[in-house]
Design a protein. Structure first.
Length: 462
């Protein structure tokens, strides 16, 4: 008879269909040398094939025989982790104020409390919690069913995130919470989730009923969430941040020469026949080309488009560099260049109308050809800003100056003269292995701007 998972012993059948893996519960991955030594000794005694550090901050002992499972647990003297099943699978938390100099809240204390309350708690679907001591969110709080993020004013509570096959960024539910308020709201969310009629991840449930209804169901008031205060006597530019955009490459041709640029204002305006619009600054070379030829192309970028590609088409001018020298593209039936590299879909259009709006022109084109290049997730402007930490060029319709902050600095800031990215030594550049606290002068000579790819020499002191 074929072997199956031995959930009664906390064991999962492995790929070889013979051996098993077990995961002792180690809250937050914090343990003593004695615990590590015990795990290593037991793994060695029973000829385990490997010890694997898991994404849930635990140690899996891999490659055990079925007949040894009970003995292994007896010798370990530990409880199995809730690694599988419909329950609270893990409470992941960062070092927090106990160890990390960047932390703003005690994530270890909060994480251990949540682990004590909810680890293995039975629910209609799997459930994950992340507790991060600062906005860097090292515990993946933004892609957890419930996430806590430490700020100077307290906890930010987010919900509905997911990092699986259908990745999803969580919604902000409430801010500036103390420990007791955060625990109370988390309890309400879990109690609500216990009673959902259709089992699913919280993110899907929020999609079905809407975020406002979800907040009402768990009793989050406008005061708690920081909402409901409206002042229409001024222009608050943060309101504009909620408009949804994608990220595209728009190209055109003039006298046999091609050019293209990044744009975030491509919109479908009619369906029969299909027409699209794009808004470009009059100083941009692509604007000049479209004005002259009356044609343009659009490439819809994928979420995994590298920053240097965006830097080439978004922060460099075709007057100065050949943007197409190392990029895959084809020439469409209109003669416009169509970028296929990093693109999910492409189209080309003939201009049927335009509107002068001062610094910019809105071009409306009728689509004459289009196709899908590959399947994937489109790159949204929100993802570009929040995840890739991207900026807008000054000619973008949505350009806004970065607000100044009064937070304590560990050194002088430098700004990229190409794209406006600010290197802050306090944060460093973790994506490129630059530790927080690294002064600009100590950066390697081959370090480049993480947004546009400009060289270190293209930065100047603020």
């Amino acid at each position: 008879m074929a072997k199956k998972d031995r959930l009664d012993l906390g064991a999962v059948l492995q790929r070889d269909k013979e051996s098993y893996a077990i995961v002792p519960h180690i809250p937050g991955g914090i343990c003593t040398p004695d615990t590590l030594r015990k795990i290593a000794e037991v793994a060695e005694k029973f000829n385990a094939k490997a010890i694997k550090a898991t994404g849930a901050q635990r140690l899996a002992i891999v490659g055990l025989k079925e007949e040894d499972l009970e003995k292994v647990w007896q010798e370990l003297g530990m409880n199995p982790a809730a690694a599988v099943g419909m329950c609270v699978r893990s409470i992941k938390f960062c070092p927090g104020t106990t160890f990390c100099r960047l932390a703003q809240q005690d994530s270890i204390k909060m994480g251990l409390k949540l682990d004590e309350m909810y680890h293995g708690y039975k629910l209609p679907a799997k459930f994950k919690i992340g507790v991060s001591g600062c906005p860097n969110a090292c515990a993946d709080s933004w892609i957890r069913d419930i996430g806590l993020i430490g700020t100077k004013k307290g906890w930010k509570l987010v919900g509905g995130g997911n990092g699986g096959r259908d990745p999803r960024i969580a919604h902000v539910l409430a801010e500036n919470l103390n420990d007791e308020q955060a625990l109370e709201l988390i309890q309400k969310i879990i109690q609500k989730f216990e009673n959902v009629k259709k089992p699913s991840r919280i993110g899907k449930y929020i999609n079905e009923i809407g975020i406002e209804e979800f907040k009402r169901e768990i009793g989050i008031s406008d005061t708690t969430s920081g909402e409901g205060q409206v002042d229409l006597t001024n222009i608050n530019e943060e309101a504009l941040y909620n408009l949804t955009y994608g990220l595209y490459v728009v190209g055109s041709v003039k006298d046999g020469k091609v050019n293209a640029q990044i744009a975030n204002t491509v919109i479908q305006v009619t369906s029969e026949p299909p027409k699209i619009s794009v808004t470009l600054h009059k100083n941009n070379l692509t604007h000049e080309y479209i004005k002259d030829s009356g044609v343009f192309s659009v490439s819809i970028l994928s979420q995994d488009t590298p920053p240097h590609f965006i830097g080439t088409f978004g922060f460099k001018s075709g007057k100065d560099v050949d943007k197409f020298s190392n990029v895959k593209y084809v020439v469409g039936k209109t003669g416009a260049p169509i970028i296929v590299e990093n693109a999910l879909a492409v189209m080309e259009a003939k201009v049927v109308g335009s509107l002068d709006i001062g610094t910019h022109t809105i071009f409306v084109g009728e689509v004459v050809a289009s196709d899908v290049v590959k399947k994937g997730t489109p790159l949204t402007y929100e993802y570009y800003h929040k995840i890739k930490k991207g900026k807008e060029p000054k000619n973008a319709p949505t350009y806004r100056e970065e607000p100044k902050t009064d937070s304590a600095k560990t050194g002088e800031e430098y700004v990229c003269k190409v794209c406006g990215y600010i290197y802050d030594p306090t944060n460093g550049d973790p994506d490129n292995n630059i530790e927080p606290g690294t002064p600009f002068e100590k950066l390697p000579d081959n370090w480049t701007c993480p947004v546009c790819g400009a060289s270190k020499s293209d930065f100047e002191k603020i």
